[in-house]
Design a protein around this ligand. Structure first.
Ligand code: DON
Length: 320
């Protein structure tokens, strides 16, 4: 068993170490996001054997934002299979910011499912019969992964939708190249809804632990995602999850991760733990400042980098 009290001691230390760091800015390009308390700071870890620790503001709800992207990708892979899904979205890092309007010049597909263009293509694949049905199905899957019933923040949804013209431009570009079908508004509804799901850091760590546990929720033992899709999603998170910081992130932290503009970061240590940090102040690439520091320190302390020296890559396993 992983020794959760060792992890908890270190997480308490990290919370203390970084709570006085006020670098970065809360996102305001979606007006509702600007209402977040910039000082909130929560860290949760859930292990694949169902142990957990939570320190700080881990009960505060925030909208998942771009961290919905790997979950939506998992849903598309599970529903349509790899071949069909990858005929709508690539798996190459773009090196561009999350909201880049560019498609790959090779095939006119979005570079990957972690940037907006790819997530909108994926939203089209999973949007369901109606906007309400698409919302319900996404909420159902994410709630199973979090082991708690989740809901959409309608004010953030409305704010996203009112200010989402760049995403509309991306969607019409995708329509132009036949990547998505004619139901452009329905697809955008699906994408904005996915981004507007409320959860807390503990929920997010549970989602991460479900991914780390090959798709089986460690608390409920429900099979939420199939293992092949989890492998595909984690690979894409590893290379593309942190946008134009993805290379440095892989170098420093060495674990698949996904950030969102509300200040969440989800990181996954395969077969071991899910990590979630919530802290709304972002750096200039849209990643949580404290979130990056916490994950990098955890990786260093417990040898979580996937290319760590020991065979199984982790001091966590040595603690077993
Ligand atoms: O597309 C958008 O603008 C947002 N709803 C999601 C963006 C996001 O979280 C990007 N991540 N860092």
């Amino acid at each position: 068993m992983i020794n959760i009290s060792e992890i908890e001691r270190f997480v308490i230390h990290l919370h203390e170490k970084y709570r006085s760091n006020h670098d970065g800015k809360v996102a305001t390009y979606i007006p509702e996001l600007g209402k977040a308390n910039p000082d909130h700071f929560g860290i949760s870890v859930v292990t694949v054997d169902g142990q957990e620790c939570s320190v700080g503001d881990t009960q505060i709800e925030f909208t998942i934002q771009s961290i919905c992207k790997p979950v939506a990708f998992l849903m598309a892979l599970g529903r349509h299979g790899r071949q069909k899904t990858l005929s709508h979205v690539g798996v190459e890092p773009s090196g561009d910011p999350f909201n880049s309007v560019a498609l790959s010049p090779r095939n006119n597909l979005p570079y990957n499912a972690m940037v907006n263009a790819g997530a909108i293509a994926v939203a089209s694949l999973i949007k369901g019969e109606s906007p309400a049905a698409g919302d319900a199905e996404f909420l159902r899957l994410l709630s199973l992964a979090a082991a708690r019933s989740l809901r959409i923040d309608q004010s953030v949804f409305a704010s996203e939708s009112a200010t989402g013209n760049r995403n509309r431009a991306i969607a019409y570009l995708l329509r132009n190249f036949d990547v998505i079908d004619d139901a452009v508004d329905h697809t955008l509804h699906q994408y904005f809804s996915e981004c507007s799901v409320l959860l807390n850091a503990r929920d997010l760590a549970m989602v991460g632990a479900t991914m780390a546990n090959l798709g089986e929720n460690p608390e409920t033992h429900e099979e939420v995602f199939d293992p092949d899709s989890v492998r595909d999603a984690l690979s894409t998170m590893f290379t593309c999850g942190m946008y134009d910081y993805a290379g440095e992130w892989a170098f420093r932290a060495g674990m698949p991760a996904k950030s969102g503009v509300s200040g969440g970061i989800l990181a996954v240590v395969n077969r071991q733990i899910g990590i979630a940090v919530y802290s709304p102040r972002l750096d200039d690439r849209g990643n949580s400042v404290r979130g990056i520091q916490v994950c990098a320190d955890l990786s260093e302390e417990f040898g979580l980098h996937c290319f760590n020296f020991s065979n199984f890559g982790s001091n966590l396993l040595r603690m077993m």
